[in-house]
Structure formats: C-alpha cells, structure tokens
Design a protein around this ligand. Sequence first.
Ligand SMILES: [Zn+2]
Ligand SMILES: [Zn+2]
Length: 107
Amino acid sequence: MSEKNQIPKEMNWLEKNNEFIILWKDDHKSTFSMPFLRKKCPCALCREKRENKNPLKLFEEQSPQALHISPVGHYAIQIEWADGHSSGIYTFDMLRRLCSCSHCKNS
Ligand SMILES: [Zn+2]
Ligand SMILES: [Zn+2]
C-alpha cells in the first residue's frame, strides 16, 4: 500500500486515557499514547535531544500533558504540550508509520 494516501477518516483525542486514536480511510485504527507521541516529536530540537541522550534515560522521562491538538492543513497535526513545546508537526504519513498495532508490527 502506498504511504502517500494516509488520510484519517476520524480522529479522537481521549484525554481521560491520554490517548490519540486515528481511524484511517482504509478502516485501519491506530491508537497512540500521548507520551509515545511526545517521545517521537519530529521537531529539530527533540531530534537533536534524542541523538545526544542515552535512549534508556529518555524512556524514563515524564511526558508533559498535551494541551491542544490541532490540524495542520490536510496533511498533519500539531500538538501543544503543557511545557510550552509545540513545534512538532506530525504528518499523517509519519503517524501511520508509527502505528504499532499487532497488524502493523507483523507486516
Ligand atoms: Zn519537539
Ligand atoms: Zn496499525
């Protein structure tokens, strides 16, 4: 399947569970925990941090709460975190690739 046409049909932010759920156009469902998304923040700053840090240490780090999730055009979402960080743009292509459901893991 082409990765270029990963369009969500529905997006749900379950604040109570600290989860973000995407139902894709092809009826595939991805569930992301917010701390997971924070860890995967694609902005230059976080990428640099990840490269310079012991990955085990990073894993232990507490994730700040997400305050806002807003769409960016038709291709991405932007997440604003409680620590003021909001420069990460999560494209749908990227999110679909991050899906770690049993189906995606095995394919
Ligand atoms: Zn970032
Ligand atoms: Zn999946």
